[in-house]
Ligand binder design. Structure first.
Ligand SMILES: Cc1cc2nc3c(=O)[nH]c(=O)nc-3n(C[C@H](O)[C@H](O)[C@H](O)COP(=O)(O)OP(=O)(O)OC[C@H]3O[C@@H](n4cnc5c(N)ncnc54)[C@H](O)[C@@H]3O)c2cc1C
Length: 386
């Protein structure tokens, strides 16, 4: 290996939340970081735009003070989750709500969050190369040579943060995966004073719509379903209670769509290459956990880079994914059965502490190492249907 050819310690493909979080975590440890992205800022994406309390804890571990660093006029505090039952269903479905145990979350436009992360990365000396697409990679022991659109880079570690269709994963032979679910998301902003400081999830037989306030005069609505909606208006026809809330509002900007996958990769590392964020597997959007996963993985990955042991990231990654994957599967199961939904919502109504415990499991620190995955699924379902 010719050490003189190494230009960076860490080279990241993709400047979404995962790539930026990884860049920040690595630069904070004194590593030299370069990032390429095929796009250029502002980088936008269809997203529900909710950061659950666990995401804010991980942002704090990345050096952010969410109260100080997330712009107040362009974000909104989230106090809990409200499930709004299907009003068109023949079986009565309750509306149930629960405050987040132990802290608030935050609704923030994707582009605003991106700018906050980008500014921090740049201030830590991270070097960005925009409108640069990864073409190919060559690995020679500890040196990765990366060919991108505009030039060639040499690095010690290559990180794929390039989303679902990761080219890094394909080039590194890391695409072996199990797909648990595949749905279609559609996001639309509306100009309206939020009527709630909760993340509201509206359920119907066709899918869910969830509302996240993102400022004092805007909400973000994400529709997620098995079918593709022609437009937000088309989607709202399945959610009459939500449509009623939005009667006096105006759509703000164009809608944006995206696939959302529940997907587990068999491996997320090989030699000096690692995957992070959606490139490394994902959970259905309904969990609201996508960005939290990116932030947690970034912290775990940089800790592995520091000890020069990517195998520790492989096992940390598995632990980080476990509960969100389980929750994703449970929420999809609830979504598919009107009967189960009616049963569960009425259990929550009778026993609010049950909803609180499950929300704690979803947003809090996970005791996943105590159970196997199937044990967790069984425990979760028996809790829900008790
Ligand atoms: C409808 C919907 C709603 C959601 N709601 C929420 C929510 O409320 N809360 C939450 O936490 N999560 C939510 N998520 C999930 C969240 O959006 C994702 O988990 C998150 O965006 C993953 O970030 P990422 O950085 O891994 O990937 P991405 O955001 O996809 O970023 C990947 C980047 O890589 C770049 N790239 C790709 N290929 C190349 C290449 N070959 N060369 C160079 N650059 C490349 C792209 O330009 C892009 O900028 C939602 C997702 C959907 C679809």
């Amino acid at each position: 290996m010719d050490l003189r050819r190494i230009q960076s310690d860490v080279f990241i493909v993709g400047a979404g939340p995962a790539g930026l979080a990884c860049a920040i975590a690595a630069a904070r440890q004194g590593l030299k970081v370069e990032v390429i992205d095929a796009a250029k800022p502002p980088i936008n994406k269809a997203c529900g735009e909710g950061l659950l309390p666990g995401s804010l804890d991980s942002l704090a571990a990345l050096g952010f003070d969410p109260k100080r660093d997330l712009p107040h006029t362009q974000s909104a505090s989230l106090e809990g989750v409200r499930f709004v039952g299907d009003s068109t269903s023949s079986k009565r479905q309750a509306t149930v709500q629960c405050n987040f145990p132990g802290g608030s979350g935050c609704g923030i436009r994707r582009t605003v969050l991106h700018q906050v992360l980008l500014d921090r990365a740049a201030s830590l000396g991270v070097c960005f190369h925009w409108q640069n697409t990864l073409r190919s990679v060559a690995i020679d022991r500890n040196l990765a040579t990366i060919h991108a659109t505009s030039r060639t880079f040499h690095t010690r570690y290559l990180i794929g943060a390039d989303g679902h269709q990761s080219r890094v994963a394909a080039l590194a032979g890391l695409t072996g995966s199990t797909i648990h679910s595949r749905r279609i998301g559609l996001r639309q902003h509306y100009t309206v004073a939020p009527w709630t400081d909760f993340v509201e999830v509206y359920w119907s037989n066709i899918g869910q719509a969830y509302v996240t306030p993102t400022s004092s005069n805007e909400v973000c609505v994400a529709f997620v379903a098995d079918k593709k909606f022609a437009s937000p208006e088309d989607a709202l026809a399945y959610f009459p209670t939500l449509r009623h809330h939005l009667t006096a509002s105006q759509p703000n900007g164009p809608p944006r769509g995206s696939i959302t996958l529940g997907r587990s990769l068999r491996r997320v590392t090989t030699s000096n290459i690692a995957l992070i964020g959606d490139a490394s597997g994902s959970v259905d959007a309904i969990t609201g956990e996508g960005m939290a996963l990116c932030f947690r993985q970034a912290l775990a990955l940089v800790s592995a880079l520091q000890s020069d042991d990517l195998s520790s990231y492989q096992s940390a990654h598995r632990n980080i994914q476990r509960i969100p994957c389980l929750m994703s599967r449970i929420l999809l199961l609830i979504g598919r059965s009107t009967r189960l939904r009616a049963q569960i919502f009425s259990s929550f109504e009778r026993n609010p502490a049950l909803f609180s415990s499950i929300l704690q499991l979803h947003v809090g620190n996970h005791a996943s190492h105590l159970f196997g995955e199937d044990g967790l699924l069984a425990a979760g379902l028996s809790l829900l249907t008790s």
